[in-house]
Every structure is written in structure tokens, then in C-alpha cells.
Design a protein around this ligand. Sequence first.
Ligand SMILES: Nc1ncnc2c1ncn2[C@@H]1O[C@H](COP(=O)(O)OP(=O)(O)O)[C@@H](O)[C@H]1O
Ligand SMILES: [Mg+2]
Length: 374
Amino acid sequence: MRATGPSVESTLRILKLALHQFRNIAELAIELNPRFNIFVGPNAQGKTNILESIYLLSSLQSFKGSRNRELIGWDVDEAFVRGLVERDHVSYEVLITLTPAQKRVKIDGKSPKSSFDVFGLVNVVLFAPEDLRITKGEPDARRRFVDRAIFNADSGHLELVRNYQKVLRNRNNLLKQSPAERNLALLEVYDEQLGELGGQLMQRRASFLEELAPHFSRAFLEIVGEERELQLLYQTSGGISTASEALVGALVAARGRDLRRGSTSVGPHLDDLELLLEGRNTRAFASQGQHRALVLALKIGEIAYLREKLGFYPALMLDDVSSELDRQRNGQLMEYLKGFGGQVFITTTDLVHLGIDSDYQAFRVDAGTVSRTS
Ligand SMILES: Nc1ncnc2c1ncn2[C@@H]1O[C@H](COP(=O)(O)OP(=O)(O)O)[C@@H](O)[C@H]1O
Ligand SMILES: [Mg+2]
């Protein structure tokens, strides 16, 4: 049987973006291209700030970890970011108002019941030069990559992470108390709670990594152009299994040590992710070029994973990436982008680096002022 009508593909598009007193951008109101949007200009003009505002629509947070005060223009006390978003054939207007003390969100003019209703509306994957930390840096950069990717497909994941962190803080506070004020019965309760939440967290991470692995390997193969043996290994702290009972057991066993140190020495807050290339740990052995290829493959892998989960491509933001990649990898990235069906936001100091010649809108960014170039 044939389908009776054309199937309309599901997409995510940010149709319009408006900013008011956001960082160095006093006013901005632009219509965006459904495919490529390129922000061009010399350094320190506001290109990254525009990406940061779009990221804010997605996660209510700055990817730089900045506080409200830093996001609001220097001489004023209020800023806003407004986006018109079309997701799976439905449009939403998302408005985020920032004051030094708070972020307020409205969707179509109404306050959502919880911020969890906002998360997951705009799915974006960001690739910035600092992302090289994921493969080169400390484990927390890898944990953040993993949790952010899971959260991108399922906003409930954030609640799990936050609940885990809350109980972890409680347990650590108790561990720091003097022997006289410590309530060991409470420690019993925390170990149970932390074990339960931590087990769920580890299982989520493990199943995500299992699903990511083939996408990651395929992307890496495409980028480097030759078959290489690549492994993505999830390392739980203490090498325990992901079962809640295993974590409860490990927490109970660690109590003496944890009381002496005043902190919790086992659990998913200490997890790591190991990348092995031809059996060697890339963190120690990979070249600069290989690190770039690995991070790019992780991000492209994340995109493929999200497309499977969401049914459409997330938006992709590339901050100054051309300057970070060598010519060959840059070419491969642009080649990939041609087949990528999602919306793309790119910042660059020079349009000619990119080699994008159709379906795009370029904007010139000059001291916080943004104008269309054509
Ligand atoms: N809260 C703020 N108010 C005004 N200007 C800001 C604020 N935060 C950052 N800036 C300015 O924004 C500029 C950096 O913008 P950025 O987007 O990082 O530039 P680039 O074009 O290099 O990506 C700098 O000139 C910085 O002084
Ligand atoms: Mg920048």
C-alpha cells in the first residue's frame, strides 16, 4: 500500500530571535534561515553572545556558566531573550527575562508550571573550542557531556541529576559534622537514597553510552577516513556495577573513610568515560588533531543519537570551530553539514573558511550591532 499523502518531516527551527540588553547586544530582532545562519565579524564583537542567547532558550543556562549579572548589559538591570521556535509543526514563543536576581520564563505569554516544562523545547548541540576539554580534561567535563546529551533527549534526566546532587550534599554535610553532632541513623537513610538515585543515574549513563557508541565510531571513521579501533568505556567509580544495591553496598563500606575525609568517595559524581583508540587511552596518547576529531565525533554522535530519539535533528551551534580545525577536518565537517538536515548556527571571523554556498543567511556582527549582509 502506498501512503495517501506526502509525509511531512518533523523539524526543529528557531524562526526568529530578539534580544534586549543581552551582554553587549543592546537590541536585536532577526529572522533566521531554516538552514545555515552565519555570524561573521572580528573578535569581541558579540558573535558568541548570540549563540549563548540561543543556548539559554534551550537550557535556561549560560554555557559559560555565567550568572545573570554577567548576561545583562553592563549599565542596565534587565535583559530579555525571545525566540520563536517551531518544533514538530507547532510554534512557541519562548521569552526569558533576566534581572540580576532571577530568570523568568514565559511560553506563549504564560508562565510554565515548572522550569521542566521549558527544558526540552529547544534541542541544541553546541560545539565550541572549549569542548576539547571533553577528551583532554578532567572527568567532570566528560560527565557533563554525557548528562547534557541525555538531558537533551529527556528533560527528566536533569531532575534525577539534581536530586542525586541534593542527597550527595546532605550526606557530605553530615560527614563533615563533629562526632558528637553526627546522626548516624541519618547516614543510613542517605546511603539508601543515594544508592537508589545513583543507581538510576549510572544505568541511564550506561544505556546512553551503549547507544552512542556505534554513532560515535561511525562519525570518527568518516572524519579520519580510515578504519580505527575505537572503544568508549564507561568507568563507574570504584568499578562497581550500575545496580543500586552495589552502590548502597559501596557507600556502607566507604563510611569509615568518608567520615575521615568529610566527603563521599564513591558514586556517579566520580564517574568517568574512557576513550580508547587502538587500545590506548586517548586522554594521554592522542595528538591534538586526534583530540579534535574525537570531540567532533562525540558531538556528531550525539546528534545522530538525538535524531533517533526526537525524530528530528537538534539545532547545531558551531562557535569558531573553523579556526580550531585543520583544513582537512574543516572540509570533512562542512561535508557532514551538507547532509545534516537540521538548523545550523555558525560564528566565524571569515566567511571564506566555511565553503557554505547555498541555503544560508550571513549576519555581520559589529560591536553588538547585527545586520544582514545580503
Ligand atoms: N554584560 C555585558 N555587557 C556588555 N558587554 C558585554 C557583557 N558581557 C560581555 N560583553 C562584551 O561582549 C564582547 C564579547 O563578545 P563575544 O560574543 O564573546 O565576541 P566574539 O564576537 O569574539 O564571539 C566583549 O567586548 C565584552 O566586553
Ligand atoms: Mg567568540
